[in-house]
Design a protein around this ligand. Structure first.
Ligand SMILES: Nc1nc2c(ncn2[C@@H]2O[C@H](COP(=O)(O)OP(=O)(O)OP(=O)(O)O)[C@@H](O)[C@H]2O)c(=O)[nH]1
Ligand SMILES: [K+]
Ligand SMILES: [Mg+2]
Length: 366
């Protein structure tokens, strides 16, 4: 039996198994089996490897954003309207067949926006160019899940399921569970909070399915068995995602209002140019980039649109030093910071100080 059939069989068994106390261990095992088979499916063996022709686009700029969606939802139209790159758009499906990069310039940052072919149900199992699309999406810092506002809510669920199936977790934090395999000593299980979704026996079952008989396991959060399997399985990718509903020119105000109120949603119309500035603001917010300015002693900082350094959210003085030059961090005596990250402005800080957006930094060398 091929892996696809095995997966189908387990999915079928899960769907027809009633969820209750008596079946909870059996279901836990099935889920672990499913996760293992999916992993096997994704391992790049033989035909249809992860990379495909036209997909190996160089990373460039300060961050990468990838558009994922069903055919003809308006991905290419969005690329052409937000960047100076043109991508063919048309009323038929699969107009786009490769990965097409464009650049958005915003707040002094260059953000790479990727237009990708539409994906279809079953993409995670290799249908269409789904696997290539998803592997490119995995390399991005933010996924724009493009949806057609005129179509049913189901499309969002279907797409999410495709991404889930390949280990992508959207807008979720990695579960706060510690699992450390050991050579001997059996399984030591601890929970620092009360557990309402899992218990020790269920966790043992899953560990045995993975042939793990010696390990320290600490639950620091009230996680589900699926989250535990994610941790044991490893290689999950936790990504941020904006759900972009396009073509709102075709739906009622009430419907626009309903969609716009849901978490992580943005509603737009590429063709009518509606709400595009807001989308840009949201992309910036979700990328969580910070722009800091440097200045020399006695000089004012350059605050022009092209000035400043773009860093990742949570970046420290050390990151800032590295962005300036590799050798600076080791020569640093202290830095002086003006801005919202310090209690006083200016204030002397060290390498580990975290910077805020729009901070001004002066480096003082030894
Ligand atoms: N009404 C309306 N139509 C739009 C909007 N944006 C795009 N379209 C139309 O939707 C159709 C598909 O647009 P594309 O940009 O080719 O869609 P795509 O997602 O890139 O499609 P594939 O590359 O085939 O996956 C085109 O006919 C566009 O003109 C919009 O905001 N409103
Ligand atoms: K199209
Ligand atoms: Mg397209």
């Amino acid at each position: 039996m091929g892996i696809l059939e095995k997966i189908a069989e387990i999915e079928h068994e899960i769907s027809r198994t009633q969820k209750n106390k008596a079946t909870e261990y059996h279901l836990g095992l099935l889920k672990a089996k499913l996760a293992k088979y999916r992993q096997q499916l994704l391992e790049p063996t033989g035909k249809g490897g992860a990379k495909g022709e036209g997909f190996d686009v160089m990373k460039s700029g300060d961050a990468r954003v990838a558009m994922v969606g069903f055919p003809s939802v308006g991905k290419s139209t969005l690329l052409s309207s937000m960047t100076s790159t043109h991508s063919e758009a048309a009323g038929y499906e699969f107009t786009t067949l490769t990965c097409i990069p464009g650049v958005i310039s915003y707040n002094g940052a260059n953000i790479q926006l990727l237009d990708l072919p539409g994906i279809i149900e079953g993409a995670s199992q290799g249908k269409g160019r789904g696997r290539q699309v998803i592997s490119v999406a995995k390399t991005s810092d933010l996924i724009l899940m493009m949806l057609d506002a005129g179509k049913s809510d189901q499309q969002k669920m279907l797409l999410e399921r495709e991404l889930e199936a390949v280990g992508i977790r959207l807008n979720k934090k990695p579960p706060n569970i510690y699992v450390k395999q050991k050579k001997v000593g059996g399984v030591k299980f601890t929970n620092t909070v009360p557990l309402t979704h899992c218990n020790e026996k269920l966790i043992m079952h899953v560990l045995h399915e993975y042939k793990i008989f010696n390990a320290d396991v600490i639950f620091r959060e009230d996680c589900t068995i699926d989250e535990f399997i994610d941790v044991v399985q490893g290689n999950r990718v936790y990504m941020t995602c904006l759900y972009v509903y396009n073509k709102i020119d075709q739906i009622s105000i009430e419907e626009i209002d309903r969609l716009a109120r849901m978490p992580h949603h943005v509603v737009i119309s590429c063709e009518m140019n509606l709400n595009m500035d807001y989308l840009l603001e949201k992309i910036w917010e979700y990328l969580a980039l910070v722009r800091v300015y440097t200045k020399k002693p006695g000089n004012a900082p350059d605050l022009g649109p092209e000035d400043g350094i773009i860093l990742r959210g949570g970046a420290t003085i050390e990151h800032c030093c590295h962005a300036l030059h590799r050798s600076i961090a080791s020569q640093l005596r202290y830095a002086i910071v003006w801005g919202t990250s310090t209690k006083f402005s200016p204030q002397r800080v060290g390498l580990t100080h975290k910077l805020d957006h729009e901070d001004v930094v002066q480096i003082v060398k030894k």
